[in-house]
Design a protein around this ligand. Structure first.
Ligand code: 5RP
Length: 230
């Protein structure tokens, strides 16, 4: 079965959690985009929801497909967020930010009563860290922030290349106007401690460890769909 079909299957199950009148956080990435397409078809059929997009890219797709949008300022409390992930473990700790939208994704998820992750089986890991951890940093003081991240992670026994994310040869700029450092630490046995250490660095705007935010994950694999909950 191809990867896109699995994403569509996970997205279709997620759609069954969407009720009429819901205030919905709408994720970013190729899996979330499949969800938007299915959601748009339901909206065309009469479903009424209002969405808060987690990126400009998602906002554009929603507009193109006729999904009504609002902002978190107008609607600061959401019923449900559906989003993809780059990696998830059995406790529903996540790595996100492969698409560069981690800051808005985390703000939207935190403003939601419930976050459901949609992913294919390849995203499930025993221990987080196979996927490089995206760390969104202020453009000011990039090198100093990078050195601080190296020191803080070394104190936790973590090491590995930390690369400035590029797009078409230029630094990738997030929707918030920041850079992203992708940290290839390898296995992250204690995500909570790493999270706290990264938050303590002034130039770090946000990081891609999503801990205690997701309450369910819909995982599509060749053998079918399974739902993980915590
Ligand atoms: C964007 C994200 C995405 O949810 C994550 O990268 C997964 O994307 P995809 O569904 O394309 O694999 O965190 O910032």
């Amino acid at each position: 079965m191809d990867a896109r079909k699995l994403k569509i299957e996970a997205a279709a199950v997620a759609l069954t959690y969407v009720d009429d009148g819901m205030r919905l956080g709408i994720g970013t990435g190729s899996t979330a985009e499949e969800f938007v397409r299915l959601l748009a078809a339901k909206v065309a059929g009469g479903l009424t929801i209002i969405g808060v997009p987690t990126s400009e890219r998602t906002a554009q797709l929603c507009r193109e497909l006729g999904v009504s949008l609002t902002t978190l300022d107008e609607t600061p409390e959401l019923d449900l967020t559906i989003d993809g992930a780059d990696e998830l473990d059995g406790t529903l700790s996540l790595i996100k930010g492969g698409g560069g939208a981690l800051l808005r994704e985390k703000i939207v998820a935190a403003a939601s009563n419930k976050m459901i992750v949609i992913a294919d089986e390849t995203k499930v890991v025993e221990t987080l860290g196979r996927f490089p951890l995206p760390i969104e940093v202020n453009r000011f003081g990039l090198e100093a922030t990078k050195i601080a991240i190296i020191k803080a992670s070394a104190d936790l026994g973590l090491a590995g290349p930390i690369a400035l994310r590029l797009k078409e040869g230029e630094p990738f700029i997030t929707d918030g106007g920041h850079y992203i450092l992708d940290a290839s630490f390898g296995s992250i046995p204690d995500p909570k401690t790493l999270s706290c250490a990264l938050y303590a660095i002034p130039g770090v705007v946000e990081h891609g460890l999503f801990l205690g935010l997701a309450s369910a994950a819909i995982i599509a694999g060749v053998d079918g769909i399974r739902t993980l909950t915590v």
